[in-house]
Design a protein around this ligand. Structure first.
Ligand code: G3P
Ligand code: MG
Length: 231
């Protein structure tokens, strides 16, 4: 059983169910709702870090095509929902201003180096850097060994704990689809936290807390917030 104060409520892409995902309004909403942390995804474009999830523009903006085929200028002109722009990482970090933990997910290629190079500019912000791309995350860990890391897993992986150990991981971040009581117990036994994505059902969130998970990523930090969960 995870105690309530340990169980982290992480706003997924800000508050993606309540405002356009990965935009400043979404992060503002998550902060208003009292999250413990926000999660965001980054791509590196022309040396700048852009906060964006997909490898194409179509689902979340009025643009089309691959993000990496566009210029930074044209990406910054897009409407990412309700008139919001695709933010730079630095704009989000300035907004957060150290109020909560920031989980940066390395989504695009070649993001380890620019992220490692920039985080020192926000000395009062606590970071967790994660990725499904364990090679990119390893590169980040080599460049910034003091910054906590978390490998992400969408499927069970025979080398899960080898990967976590090589990163000296702070947590192991898992899809709810592969989460089980046994796996959560094994993660704890080996000394890691477990953060579970994406949990939008309060009953599931309570069950995970009771089962010993360390926190959830949620699109709805209102209905899956600490108060709503009774934690
Ligand atoms: O980091 C948790 C979660 O964000 C991973 O999946 O696809 O939403 O980036 P995705
Ligand atoms: Mg993500």
């Amino acid at each position: 059983m995870t105690t309530a104060s340990e169980f982290l409520i992480i706003g997924h892409r800000g508050a993606a169910g309540l405002a356009p995902e990965n935009t400043l309004p979404s992060f503002r909403k998550a902060l208003e709702l009292g999250v413990d942390a926000i999660e965001l995804d980054v791509y590196s474009i022309e040396g700048e870090l852009l906060v964006f999830h997909d490898d194409t523009l179509d689902r979340t903006t009025n643009g089309t095509g691959e993000i990496q085929a566009q210029s930074l200028t044209s990406l910054r002109e897009l409407d990412a929902g309700q008139g919001a722009r695709v933010p730079l990482l630095e704009e989000v970090l300035d907004l957060v201003d150290g109020q909560v933990l920031v989980n940066i997910e390395l989504k695009g290629p070649d993001t380890a180096e620019p992220v490692a190079a920039r985080l020192g500019d926000w000395p009062s912000t606590r970071f967790l850097v994660s990725s499904f791309y364990h090679g990119e995350l390893t590169r980040f860990h080599q460049l910034a060994p003091a910054v906590p890391t978390a490998p992400l897993f969408s499927k069970t992986h025979a080398r899960m704990f080898d990967i976590a150990e090589s990163l000296n991981a702070w947590s192991i971040n898992l899809s709810r689809r592969i989460t089980s009581s046994n796996l959560l117990a094994e993660i704890r036994r080996r000394g890691y936290r477990s953060l579970i994505y994406t949990v939008n059902d309060p009953e599931m969130a309570r069950h995970l807390a009771a089962d010993g998970a360390s926190g959830i990523f949620t699109d709805y930090p209102d209905r899956c917030g600490r108060a709503a969960l009774g934690l």
